[in-house]
Write a protein that binds this ligand. Structure first.
Ligand code: SAM
Length: 295
């Protein structure tokens, strides 16, 4: 049970792990439903602001969602721009999952982005944030450059070849409906769906609590894109339990840009309105602690 009453207070406890949990006090349940795919909750928390929860697992909270969304979206865009010349028609971005609109919102801060396609299997996630947590997409769904497609992203990616400049996989964890969005076959389908020089970014769980999942995901991406064209990154939030949280980035058939020099030039040109992301942070976050770098 994710929501419990104690001492006349309402508390939420995350259900992701069998042996460890974290929780926060809730002052209001803004929305609760069982969609065709998952249980959707929007909570109000004094510590975290509005919180989106799917099947008992926290997805985004007002307090710190920008850390995760900015790091994945801007790292992906600047990686793509540093790896190869920009397409004349502008960047074509695919968001796998991401129906909450946070990744799309960040991508759309770039004038050089021509199109963002958000492929989320569950339209109720989008409809719920628009009704109960509109600060999260923050107008992204009203942007004419955004297209929302309500299908299983695994099939969608398989149907596209050499179509996208950037793919950001912003999925729920590798169970149930999101399972087809993990594994080497899915990474290979994303590779095929990217244009030459295209970039791929995905989250890969908690470094300490999901070490095996992180190593497996990194190895899947490296096997498809090549070890020299794959990097891992770290970020930390207060809403994702488990200390350092990981992301993985790779480029298709182009050299992975080293350091922050090229990223800094591109960042100054694009000048997106950001609170957390910086090119220096992107480059610095790509250093792994020894215990896992050697795995
Ligand atoms: N940032 C989040 C996190 O890791 O905590 C993920 C955010 S986003 C809400 C995840 C989305 O993936 C959900 O809206 C869910 O509906 C979508 N999703 C899960 N499986 C999917 C699939 N097979 N195809 C498309 N979308 C999927």
């Amino acid at each position: 049970m994710a929501l419990t009453e104690t001492d006349e207070a309402l508390w939420f406890q995350e259900d992701l792990y069998a042996d460890i949990a974290y929780g926060f006090r809730v002052t209001a349940i803004l929305h609760r439903e069982k969609s065709a795919f998952q249980e959707i909750l929007v909570l109000e928390s004094p510590a975290l602001g509005k919180v989106l929860v799917l099947d008992g697992v926290v997805q985004c909270a007002q307090r710190d969602e920008a850390i995760y969304h900015e790091m994945l979206a801007h790292s992906g865009i600047f990686l793509r721009l540093a790896a190869a010349p920009p397409p004349v028609a502008g960047l074509n971005v695919l968001v796998v999952g991401g129906g909450d609109g946070g990744i799309a919102r960040e991508c759309l801060k770039h004038a050089g982005v021509a199109q963002v396609t958000v492929v989320d299997i569950d339209p109720r996630v989008r409809e719920t944030v628009l009704a109960h947590y509109p600060e999260l997409p923050a107008g992204a769904y009203a942007d004419p450059r955004l297209a929302a497609v309500d299908v299983d992203a695994a099939g969608f990616v398989r149907q596209h070849r050499a179509s996208f400049d950037l793919i950001v996989a912003d999925t729920t964890d590798p169970v149930g409906i999101a399972l087809p969005l993990f594994g080497r076959d899915f990474v290979a389908d994303c590779f095929a769906a990217l244009k030459e020089g295209g970039a791929f970014v995905r989250h890969a769980g908690s470094l300490l609590l999901q070490t095996d999942e992180f190593v497996r995901t990194r190895d899947d991406v490296a096997a498809v894109f090549g070890t020299q064209r794959t990097r891992t990154g770290l970020l930390a939030t207060c809403t994702y339990l488990g200390g350092w949280f990981t992301w993985i980035a790779a480029v298709k058939n182009a050299a992975y840009p080293e350091g922050d020099a090229a990223l800094r030039v591109l960042f100054e040109q694009a000048a997106p309105d950001v609170r957390w992301y910086s090119p220096e942070l992107q480059a610095a976050s790509q250093v792994l602690p020894r215990f896992v770098a050697e795995k």
